[in-house]
Ligand binder design. Structure first.
Ligand SMILES: [Cu+2]
Length: 624
């Protein structure tokens, strides 16, 4: 719940709102002489508007000194506020109650709005207006409904005309936690919506009160003598032809009204047009067929294009990792790619992988929320030998399905991993066993093949290094180092899967899960050789990986060994997603030699160089 600054702001705001409401409630019932329905109107609106509701109460309604309420509330602008408060208290309560219910039911946004309108209107008219006002207005319940219908219709239409677009745009904006009633931002949106509705309904209410079609503020005093039935005064604000006001004391609004039919029709017409525009216009830019169940709780990356035809699946795919799903957090000194030791069962090497959501520090001070095998990024190293029979038991401890694909390996089709194509995805809590015989050797890797654009980008990949049956087949070197590339999109404390599309571009880049300066250093001596195995375990970009200090020899491509006459010299290889290059580099001179990507932005951390570089940079430290 508390994952963004807005959450803390709203917590403080609602604390103020509750304090304001308590004050208004106590003051209304202890000190303020007005009908019970208005007391409750101000209490509810203060709950929705917080300190603004308190301000309206103090400026327009609270009796300043004993006996002055009648005089104090007389100005038309205060009467208009009283009338709007009364409308908003009823309508907004109906709207908000309906919003909670429709969100819980998972109805599409367009249907939400219609139900909210009907509920708001019904609650406002049938309960707050006709029922609660019966004592004030006299007459039967039905006659009250009839008499209040048109003024309530006008006021409600303006109210919803303001509230509907605010709700639609804010609930279905970047932070769609706003669709979830268990989140503070939902209530924040309701408050902003009520404020917008109030602002739009206020002028109409002033007009309605001025023309005697609605009540404004009233004074209701307790009887002093037991025989007295009490007194109620209710200024009906009507203007004389010369512009001076007279304050009549009438309980019959019909008699006070001097509005013509064309005037009333024009106001009601405009109110209805405003309502229709407010309800329908957002559909031009927001997909109103989505429901809280589809996308509620998602937070979208800044810059993602979300239009009226963006489906829920696209939003789910690109949304931030839910920080509440993180089960453990690891510092920048924790390394991924740790060798996973198998157990042997009937001659089968058994490896166990568990998929979960973790916090992973990519360099000091910068943590991403990630998906991980066995709490590591990259996932643990699987060392096979050509000819092995292996089984990998994959436990899914995430809240979404997953699978594992063995990239480049010759395996039975049902062991290959594509979700929905060769296997049912592994459901949350389930275990799936992949078993096959290893026939190849070289540099391979594994990765998620269920929503791979999201899951692999968030860290679900790891190296498979397969030794040949005949060790002599391998190019021998003094050192062996595997480089797995990763890309990250982290903003405002939230991590999104990096993707080559609007709003998805990466701003952090990692070698074996770490960005320079947290990447490892390879220690060598002059004359020694290192085999660097580049793995394109990322899923966005092609990375031209370059080594300083002289050329290297490319000895294998995608796990396939090049024959001596196929091998070639280079100093840069373009490592595309999915590709592997084994290169052999010889330390010719002492010093600090870089391995880095040559897309220079990829050697920054969010466009910043830290200790001289960043991202896809690491050092080979060569001693004389
Ligand atoms: Cu690059």
């Amino acid at each position: 719940m508390f994952i963004q600054p807005i959450d803390y702001f709203l917590a403080a705001w609602f604390a103020l709102a509750i304090a304001s409401t308590v004050y208004v409630g106590i003051d209304q019932f202890k000190n303020n002489p007005e009908p019970r329905v208005m007391k409750w109107g101000f209490i509810l609106v203060t709950l929705y508007l917080g300190p603004i509701g308190l301000l309206l109460y103090v400026l327009a309604d609270k009796e300043p000194r004993p006996g002055e309420h009648e005089q104090f509330t007389r100005p038309l602008w205060k009467q208009g506020i009283g009338s709007t408060i009364h409308c908003v208290a009823g309508d907004a309560t109906g709207i908000i109650a309906a919003a909670v219910i429709t969100a819980t039911l998972g109805l599409p946004m367009w249907l939400d709005l219609i139900i909210e309108y009907v509920a708001g209107f019904a609650f406002g008219l049938l309960i707050f207006q006709a029922l609660f006002m019966k004592n004030v207005m006299g007459g039967s319940y039905l006659s009250n409904v009839r008499r209040s219908f048109l003024p309530e219709f006008i006021s409600m239409n303006f109210m919803m005309a303001g509230m509907a677009p605010v709700m639609t745009f804010l609930m279905m904006g970047r932070d769609m936690r706003a669709m979830d009633p268990t989140e503070l931002v939902f209530w924040g949106v309701m408050s902003v919506g009520v404020a917008a509705g109030f602002s739009l309904a206020y002028p109409a209410n002033v007009w309605l009160v001025k023309n005697g079609l609605k009540h404004g503020l009233m004074t209701s005093r307790k009887a002093k003598a037991p025989a007295d039935h009490g007194a109620m005064s209710m200024p009906s604000m009507s203007s004389n032809a010369d512009g001076t006001r007279t304050d009549g004391k009438s309980h019959s609004m019909g008699a006070a009204s001097r509005v013509t039919v064309p005037q009333l029709a024009a106001v009601a017409g405009v109110a209805t047009i405003a309502l229709v525009v407010g309800m329908i216009a957002p559909a031009n830019s927001v997909n109103m067929s989505l429901s809280a169940r589809d996308v509620g709780g998602l937070i979208m990356p800044p810059g993602m294009i979300m239009t009226r035809d963006t489906p829920a699946e696209a939003m789910v795919d690109m949304a931030a990792v839910n920080p509440n799903a993180v089960t453990a957090t690891y510092g920048s000194n924790t390394r991924g790619d740790q060798i996973l030791e198998p157990t042997i069962e009937n001659g089968v090497k058994v490896f166990k992988l568990t998929v979960s959501v973790i916090g992973w520090e990519i360099y000091p001070g910068q943590t991403v929320d990630a998906y991980a095998y066995n709490g590591q990024i990259p996932g643990p190293r699987l060392n096979f030998t050509q000819g092995d029979r292996v089984r990998i038991d994959v436990t899914n401890a995430m809240e979404e399905t997953t699978t594992v694909h063995w990239h480049g390996l010759d395996v039975p089709n049902e062991m290959d991993g594509p979700a929905g194509i060769t296997q049912h995805p592994i459901e949350p809590g389930e275990v799936y066993s992949y078993e096959y015989t290893v026939t190849q050797w070289g540099t391979y890797f594994y990765h998620s093949h269920d929503h791979a654009d999201r899951q692999q980008a968030l860290g679900l990949y790891g190296a498979i290094i397969i030794s040949p049956q005949n060790r002599a087949d391998e190019v021998a070197t003094d050192h062996d180092y595997t480089i797995q590339l990763g890309e990250w999109l982290e903003r405002e404390g939230l991590t999104y899967p990096a993707m080559p599309m609007e709003g998805g571009m990466a701003n952090y880049f990692t070698i074996n899960g770490k960005a320079y300066p947290a990447t490892e250093t390879i220690d060598m001596k002059v004359g020694e050789t290192v085999k660097v195995r580049f793995i394109g375990s990322d899923s966005v970009g092609i990375h031209p990986m370059h080594i300083h200090g002289g050329p290297f020899t490319v000895t294998a491509v995608d796990g396939n060994q090049l024959t001596p006459d196929q091998r070639y010299e280079a100093d840069t290889v373009n490592v595309a997603p999915g590709q592997r290059y084994d290169v052999v580099w010889t330390a010719l001179q002492p010093g600090q030699w870089l391995i880095h990507c040559h897309i220079n932005h990829h050697t920054t951390n969010n466009n910043v160089e830290v200790d001289g570089a960043g991202g896809l940079t690491m050092i080979i430290n060569v001693q004389p």
